[in-house]
Ligand binder design. Structure first.
Ligand code: ZN
Length: 151
């Protein structure tokens, strides 16, 4: 199986069966994201405990790429510290926008998002949930976070 077929299968699977989809009780933050280019709407629910992502769920309606990206993201950041989650956000941002991003192998299933690079119009679909996550992490942070450099 070619790598790009594998990536496509991961995206299709997470779009068909999104993980961590639905409301979340006792959320520390509920943040909405909107991608006007495609019409993707996302509501992210985040519960922090001891500076870790204790739980994360999402709702909304979007295209296959935005739904799959949000599903993959919730799986990837659950249990991570705030700093680890922000670090992952920056790596995914580089993966989506920078052709020179090379550490794809260490990203596990998230590497499937690299396929989106071939479709520049869809990058915002894939990055929407990550930007929303960054807002949620910021809004729940006890102290200001270092500026995340994107764009
Ligand atoms: Zn979209």
């Amino acid at each position: 199986m070619e790598l790009k077929d594998l990536y496509r299968d991961v995206i299709l699977d997470h779009n068909r069966n999104p993980r961590n989809f639905g409301p979340l009780a006792d959320a520390s933050a509920d943040v909405e994201g909107y991608n006007p280019l495609c019409g993707d709407r996302l509501k992210l629910h985040l519960r922090m405990a001891d500076d870790r992502v204790a739980d994360i769920r999402f709702e909304g309606e979007g295209c296959a790429i935005s739904t799959a990206s949000a599903s993959l993201m919730t799986e990837a950041v659950k249990g991570r510290t705030r700093a680890e989650a922000l670090d992952l956000f920056q790596r995914i941002h580089a993966l989506l926008t920078d052709d020179a991003a090379t550490d794809v192998e260490t990203l596990g299933k998230l590497a499937a998002l690299s396929g989106v690079r071939e479709f520049p119009a869809r990058v915002k679909c894939a990055s929407l949930c990550w930007h929303t996550l960054a807002s949620a992490l910021e809004s729940t942070s006890p102290e200001p976070l270092p500026a995340v450099s994107t764009e």
